[in-house]
Design a protein around this ligand. Structure first.
Ligand SMILES: [Zn+2]
Length: 268
């Protein structure tokens, strides 16, 4: 059984940057893959009209609906004190310990998470940025049974040590990648998953950008397609098919592109 985990800050982050890859894994591996979508926050700040609690409840349901399309399980991270973060991720023992527990409980072979942005001219989103740092910080400690108090059961030796892979982040404006995945065959599923996040794509994101209001699902699909074209262009790829881009890290298990592609069983 292959176990693959997405660790991102908000409920809709995963669909944009790795939804196609996960849909592809579901298609290729069927019941031989277990997919988990973990968000490090409740995403509760992501709306201009609803209360924090209303936003979280709605976004949680949207994330579950999206995950169900590819047979994945959605979970919002519980910190060591048992609470979720509403948003605005700061790295402390409470947060790192919760993340350490969540990863050790699932025992993933692969983790997909945001990159650490090193370009001082690039903008950052505090939640994305600190989620990336947190994954990097706990990576070594995944092998240390007494690093943090365990929330479920007693400390145990590791049974897996994950390969950790960075997804694209539009803020980072990266142009280097280790492998990209043609997601044409599952693009319909990716769009369907993104469309589950109604509170974001039809309400919050247009309001927050100040550029568009009342967009239709057809307009969203057009924008989504353009987004893929722009990402392809940024990575110097003039191929028209939608792709997702990934970079291998040495934060966890060291591997190489060939091994990853062979284990995930797809062709780049
Ligand atoms: Zn986000």
């Amino acid at each position: 059984m292959l176990k693959v985990m997405s660790i991102m800050a908000h409920q809709d982050d995963f669909e944009f940057n790795a939804g196609g890859l996960f849909a592809k894994l579901c298609k290729i591996h069927g019941d031989q893959v277990e997919l988990k979508i973990l968000t490090t926050t409740r995403g509760a700040s992501g709306h201009h009209q609803m209360s924090l609690e209303e936003t979280f409840r709605r976004r949680e349901q949207e994330a579950k609906n999206s995950a169900a399309i590819i047979g994945a399980e959605y979970e919002c991270l519980a910190c060591l004190d048992g609470n979720h973060l509403p948003g605005q991720v700061f790295i402390d023992r409470n947060f790192l310990g919760g993340l350490w527990n969540a990863i050790r409980d699932f025992e993933p072979d692969y983790i997909f998470c945001p990159p650490i942005i090193s370009n001082p001219l690039a903008g950052i989103h505090i939640d994305h940025y600190n989620t990336a740092w947190a994954v990097r910080m706990v990576a070594y400690q995944l092998t240390v049974p007494h690093a943090y108090p365990t929330m479920n059961g007693s400390p145990r030796m590791r049974t897996t040590y994950p390969v950790i892979i960075n997804v694209d982040d539009t803020y980072a404006c990266e142009q280097m990648y280790d492998f990209s995945v043609d997601i044409s065959g599952v693009y319909g599923s990716k769009v369907k998953m993104a469309l589950c996040h109604e509170s974001q794509i039809f309400e919050w994101l247009p309001w927050n950008s100040g550029s568009e209001t009342n967009i239709t699902s057809e307009q969203f699909k057009d924008n989504f397609k353009k987004r893929h074209t722009l990402v392809n262009e940024r990575y110097g790829n003039d191929n028209n098919s939608p792709r997702e881009y990934f970079r291998l890290t040495s934060w966890g298990k060291i591997t190489d592109k060939e091994k990853v592609l062979s284990e995930l069983k797809y062709n780049a």
